[in-house]
Design a protein around this ligand. Structure first.
Ligand code: FAD
Length: 521
C-alpha cells in the first residue's frame, strides 16, 4: 500500500501529480514536494511589470509577460478535455480568455519565407488564393499530388519502427513542404530539428496512416478506422467519455474556441493548484531543496536532498529526464540521458504604440528553409501577444490585451532551440533583446524602442523526442521496474508529451495507475 509519497519537482507535472494524489489518497498519507527553486510552477511563469512613469496613465499601469507557455489548446483530445475539467474544478473559468476559432488571432498564422511573412491557409478558398500569391507555396502543388505515389519506407525505418520527421516528410512530399511548412510547425512547438525528431513519437497518426494506407493525405481519411490523431484514444476512450459527460456544459461553451489563456497569465493555473493542494492538509512543500540521490531500500525509496534524507513508500519523479539521470544509477541513468533537450531565450517586448504590426494574427514562425543570412539571430518565431490574447477578436479589434491595463503592442521573440546545437547559446539579457529588436526591425518593420523588455534564458527547457524515443521509453520502463520495484513512478514533459495539457493528463494517469496497483494506503 501507499504509506507516504514524495513528488520530485514542483513544475506543472509535479503540482498536478500532487493534486490528483490528494484526490485519490486518504488524508493520513503524507505527501512531500521537493522543489529546487523558491517557487512552484517550473517553466510556467508570468510576471506583471509596472510601466515606467512616463508611460503610465494611472499609478499602477502594468503589462503581463509570459516567460514560458502562454496558451492552452482546446481540442477533442482527452488531455485537452482533462485540463478544462481541472480548470472548472479550480474555479478558474472566470479567469479564462477565450480566442474564437473564427478570430484573426486564431486564423491568421504566418511563416516568414523569401523575405516576407506569408499567411498559412485556414480554408480551401484561402488555400487557392494564397497558393498563387505567396512565395511560400511555390512548387508545392506537385509535391502534394505526387504524395500517394512516393517511395516506401526504407528498410532501417521498418526495422526500428521509426524515422525522423524530416526524412519521413521529404519521402512523402519532398523538400519544399518539409523545410518550409513542417519545420516551421516543429519550431513552434518543440524548438527542434526535424532531422532529429521522431515521426513515430510526435506525428504517430501520420506514421500509422502510412502503415495502413501507403499515403498520409486526408483523402483516405474516411476509409481508415485504425488511426487517430489522439495517441491516448485506445486506452483512454472511457476516460474521455466520462470527462465529456462531467463537463458537458463547459465543453459545449468552448466549441467555437481555438486556444485559451488567463487574465492574470498562466501563473493562475499554478497558483490555484498550489492553493488547492495545500488546503488538503497532508501536503508539505520543501522549497530550495534540490534532490541529489535516490536509493531503493527495503521499505521504499530514500530521497537524499540538500537538506537531508527521508524514506517514502512511493516516489513520483516529475523532473526533467536529464536531472533524474543525475540521481540514479545505470542502466536507468544512461537511458534517461538519451532524451536530449534544447534551450530557448524568450524575449518579451512591449511598445506603447498600438497597431505597430503590419498584419493582425497569432504570430509567425521561421522555417529551416530560411537561409542563415536571413536569420542570423537564430530565431524560431515571433508571437503577437497583443493580438493573440486581445480584448476583442472582431473586426474592430482593439489592440492591447486583457492581461494589460494599457493598450500597446506586445510581442515575444523566441530565440535558439536546436539552432544552438551547433553554436553558442545567447544567455545574456541585453544581447538577446538586441537580437530580437534587430530581427523584428528587419522582418516586420518594428523600429520603435520598447518601453518594457525582458529576456529569459530557459535552459534545456524543451525535451526532444528523437528517433527511437518510443523504444527508449520501453527500456526506461523496464529499468525503473528492475531498479526500483515499481516504487518509483516517472512523469513530466520528458516522456509522453510536452504541452501543459499532456503534462497534466499524464500526471493524472500516473497517479491513477499507481493507486489502482497499490491500494490507497
Ligand atoms: P518543469 O516545468 O521543468 O518542472 C520541473 C521542476 O523541477 C522545476 O520547478 C524545477 O525547478 C524542479 N527541479 C529541477 N531539478 C530539481 C531537483 N534536483 N530537485 C527538486 N526539484 C528540481 N506548452 C503549452 O501547452 N502551451 C504553450 O504555449 C507552451 N509554450 C512554451 C513556451 C516555452 C518557452 C517553454 C519552455 C515551454 C512551453 N510549453 C508550452 C511546454 C510546457 O510549458 C512545458 O513542457 C511544461 O511546463 C513542463 O512542465 P514540467 O512540470 O514537466 O517541467
Amino acid at each position: 500500500p501507499i504509506r507516504s509519497v514524495a513528488v520530485l519537482g514542483g513544475g506543472i507535472s509535479g503540482l498536478s501529480t500532487v493534486y490528483y494524489l490528494t484526490r485519490a489518497l486518504p488524508r493520513h498519507v503524507p505527501i512531500t514536494i521537493y522543489e529546487s527553486s523558491k517557487r512552484l510552477g517550473g517553466y510556467i511563469q508570468s510576471t506583471q511589470f509596472v510601466l515606467p512613469s512616463a508611460h503610465r496613465n494611472t499609478g499602477d499601469d502594468h503589462v503581463l509577460f509570459e516567460h514560458g507557455p502562454r496558451t492552452l489548446r482546446v481540442s477533442k483530445r482527452v488531455s485537452s478535455v482533462n485540463i478544462f475539467d481541472l480548470i472548472r474544478r479550480l474555479n478558474l473559468i472566470d479567469e479564462l480568455i477565450l480566442v474564437p476559432k473564427q478570430s484573426r488571432a486564431a486564423k491568421n498564422r504566418y511563416i516568414f519565407y523569401d523575405g516576407r511573412i506569408n499567411m498559412i491557409p485556414y480554408s480551401v478558398p484561402s488555400m487557392l488564393q494564397f497558393y498563387f500569391s505567396q512565395p511560400l507555396f511555390r512548387g508545392m502543388l506537385l509535391e502534394v499530388l505526387r504524395e500517394p505515389f512516393r517511395q516506401n519506407r526504407p528498410k532501417a525505418a521498418v526495422e526500428t519502427n521509426d524515422e525522423s520527421i524530416g526524412s519521413f516528410m521529404t519521402r512523402r512530399f519532398g523538400p519544399r513542404i518539409t523545410e518550409r511548412l513542417i519545420s516551421a510547425a516543429i519550431h513552434g512547438i518543440y524548438a527542434g530539428d526535424i532531422n532529429l525528431l521522431s515521426v513515430k513519437s510526435i506525428l504517430e497518426y501520420l506514421w500509422k496512416r502510412e502503415t495502413t494506407w501507403g499515403s498520409v493525405l486526408p483523402i483516405w481519411k474516411r476509409r481508415t478506422t485504425l488511426e487517430t490523431k489522439d495517441p491516448y484514444s485506445e486506452r483512454h476512450k472511457e476516460h474521455l467519455k466520462a470527462l465529456l459527460e462531467d463537463n458537458k456544459e463547459f465543453m459545449d461553451s468552448l466549441q467555437g474556441t481555438s486556444i485559451v489563456s488567463f487574465r492574470h497569465g498562466m501563473q493562475s493555473l499554478v497558483d490555484r493548484l498550489q492553493e488547492e493542494v495545500l488546503k488538503s492538509g497532508n501536503v508539505t512543500v520543501r522549497y530550495d531543496d534540490p534532490v541529489r540521490h535516490l536509493e531503493n531500500v527495503v521499505d521504499g525509496i530514500t530521497v537524499t536532498s540538500a537538506k537531508g534524507a527521508h524514506t517514502y513508500s512511493h516516489v513520483f519523479s516529475a523532473l526533467p529526464s536529464r536531472t533524474l539521470a543525475e540521481l540514479t544509477e545505470p542502466p536507468l541513468a544512461e537511458l534517461l540521458r538519451k532524451i536530449p533537450s534544447v534551450s530557448v531565450n524568450v524575449v518579451n517586448l512591449f511598445f506603447s504604440k498600438p497597431r505597430l504590426l503590419p498584419v493582425t494574427g497569432f504570430g509567425y514562425l521561421l522555417p529551416k528553409a530560411v537561409p542563415r543570412e536571413d536569420n542570423p539571430e537564430r530565431a524560431l518565431g515571433v508571437v503577437f501577444d497583443s493580438d493573440a490574447v486581445s480584448r476583442d477578436h472582431g473586426e474592430g479589434a482593439i489592440p492591447g490585451s486583457f492581461q494589460d491595463s494599457v493598450d500597446g503592442t506586445k510581442l515575444t521573440v523566441m530565440l535558439g532551440g536546436h539552432w544552438w546545437n551547433e553554436e553558442m547559446p545567447v544567455k545574456q539579457h541585453d544581447k538577446a533583446i538586441a537580437l530580437a529588436r534587430q530581427l523584428i526591425s528587419r522582418q516586420i518593420g518594428v523600429n520603435e524602442t520598447p518601453v518594457l523588455a525582458q529576456a529569459t534564458f530557459q535552459e534545456n527547457c524543451i525535451p526532444q523526442y528523437v528517433v527511437g524515443h518510443h523504444a527508449n521509453l520501453r527500456a526506461i520502463h523496464e529499468a525503473v521496474l528492475a531498479q526500483f520495484n515499481g516504487k518509483l513512478i516517472l512523469t513530466g514533459a520528458s516522456f509522453l508529451g510536452v504541452s501543459v495539457n499532456d503534462c497534466v493528463y499524464n500526471a493524472r494517469i500516473a497517479v491513477e495507475d499507481t493507486v489502482a496497483r497499490n491500494g490507497k494506503g
